[in-house]
Design a protein around this ligand. Structure first.
Ligand SMILES: Cc1ncc(COP(=O)(O)O)c(C=O)c1O
Length: 477
């Protein structure tokens, strides 16, 4: 039997009030079709009214079609059209994605290593002590922090001890925590690459930091410009600039570290897709060169799945206690998931998975770049062969870029323009094409749909056959 809470307005007659409350509950969907109502005797007792009042209200609503009287099973809610205003707001209701989804941001969901994850989770459930289910260390499960230290040292040349590792639920949320910590430590301004992920800038702002854009060129962040913005910290993507795709050159890496030491500033290294370099061994993390000045940030959002919400920060030692103070709550990630990830890493299954998907993404990128060269030579892919997206520039201007994205959307092809990534005025136009989202069986046809569209959609003023802009065009004079 249902526990029924009814909002009966005062002042009305008991019966009318009860009828009204039941009508509203059914129309709003709060009482879904098939719900069995309390017996008239039970409800009358709950409401402190005569049973006849409830019987009369039920009968009236049966006549109106809100309720059905079923012999043997009492009174149940009839199938009634639910008012949509009671559902999620249009903003919250997620629109179905485009048929061909080439937006950046997520790996192929169908490649998630379900069997291995299930095996790790099962092992945890079978063997972990009950203590695993207690409120854990706010910095994360020690066994995972230890596994991450070993994994990151091996795969990304990160130098750390487990005491410096903070497990979190995604870089986005850890950036908020880090921003709060930096603000408490007196940092006012966070320098960011002039093109980046707008959501990260918003998170940093929401936690009290000012954002100051710094130019990027073919060598990555133009470090010389940092002094002009007076920042106490800088957020960078050295391995694979997001979204333009260049790596920070060796001389800029050194210059950035020199700047941080001289200014006693922090470098936040967002290594979001560092596992995926296709043309050569990946460059090691900047953090390994100066663990006292660099906060290293990694995530499972590209290597496993964005929905896992599992990530890590490696902090310079002086930031560990301040971050713990800013943290102020018990660990924020399920201990079971953390232990499963530790098992996946410890058994070498994460490495095997990354190797497998890396080979597939490499093929996808090669196929995309080759197809663009034929179908849309006015687009110039930029950046190194890495990651899950490629930015392709053209000499068209922001309006042409917006139109291109809109026309693609009208054909259910999801593309992302470069435009929304600029903190200041756009300095180049292009598309940020994610090649990882379609499932393997759908990739070829996704490419066909894209190239057919692009072959027809060259923006006016863009000459077929002419190569477009490149990142060299972003050179700062
Ligand atoms: C530049 C960049 N950094 C970091 C992330 C990872 O964010 P999260 O760990 O919150 O999924 C993303 C994901 O899209 C990204 O594009």
């Amino acid at each position: 039997l249902v526990d029924l809470v009814l909002d009966i307005p005062p002042g009305e007659g008991r019966r009318a009030g009860l009828e009204d409350a039941l009508r509203r509950a059914v129309r709003s969907g709060r009482l879904p079709a098939g719900t069995r109502l309390p017996s008239s005797r039970a409800l009358a007792t709950d409401l402190g009214c005569a049973r006849a009042t409830v019987v009369a209200a039920y009968e009236q609503l049966v006549v109106e079609g809100y309720l059905e009287a079923r012999r043997g099973s009492g009174t149940v809610v009839a199938p009634v059209r639910v008012e949509t205003s009671a559902g999620p707001s249009p903003r919250r209701a997620r629109a179905a994605g485009p048929a061909v989804d080439l937006r950046p941001g997520e790996p192929d969901r169908s490649s998630f290593p379900r069997a291995q994850w299930a095996r790790s989770l099962r092992r945890v459930l079978e063997h972990a002590p009950d203590d695993l289910l207690a409120y854990g260390d706010p910095l994360g499960l020690p066994v995972l922090r230890q596994a991450l230290v070993t994994y990151l040292a091996r795969s990304r040349a990160v130098a750390a001890t487990p005491e410096q590792v903070v497990v979190g639920r995604g870089f986005t949320s850890e950036l908020g925590l880090l921003a709060r910590t930096l603000v408490r430590g007196g940092v006012g301004t966070l320098a960011v690459e002039e093109a980046g992920l707008p959501f990260h800038h918003r998170v940093a702002r929401d936690h009290g930091l000012r954002i100051a854009p710094v130019p990027v060129d073919a060598e990555g962040l133009v470090v010389d410009h940092l002094d002009a913005v007076g920042a106490g910290a800088v957020l960078v993507t050295p391995a694979h600039q997001y979204p333009l795709g260049m790596t920070l050159s060796p001389s800029r890496r050194s210059a950035l570290l020199r700047w941080a030491r001289a200014r006693e500033a922090w470098i936040v290294e967002d290594d979001y897709d560092g596992e995926f370099r296709f043309d050569r061994q990946p460059v090691g993390a900047l953090q390994g060169l100066d663990p006292e000045r660099v906060v290293y940030a990694g995530t499972t959002s590209k290597s496993l799945a964005a929905g896992l919400r599992l990530s890590w920060l490696v902090l310079p030692r002086p930031l560990v206690d301040p971050l713990l103070e800013a943290h102020g709550w018990p660990g924020s990630v399920s201990a079971l998931e953390q232990a499963a990830l530790a098992d996946l890493i410890g058994t070498g299954r994460l490495d095997r998975h990354v190797r497998r998907v890396r080979a597939r993404y490499r093929e996808r990128r090669d196929a995309l770049v080759a197809a663009l060269a034929v179908a849309a030579p006015w687009l110039s892919p930029t950046g190194v062969a890495a990651g899950l997206h490629v930015s392709a520039l053209f000499d068209g201007g922001p309006d042409a870029e917006r139109r291109l994205v809109q026309e693609a959307a009208a054909r259910s092809i999801g593309l992302m323009g470069l435009g929304p990534h600029w903190v200041g005025p756009p300095r180049a136009t292009g598309l940020v094409i994610g090649y990882s989202r379609p499932p393997a069986h759908g990739y070829r046809s996704a490419l066909d749909r894209l190239t057919t569209f692009l072959a027809e959609a060259a923006p006016p003023g863009v000459h077929r056959g002419r190569r477009g802009a490149s990142c060299d065009a972003l050179m700062i004079s």
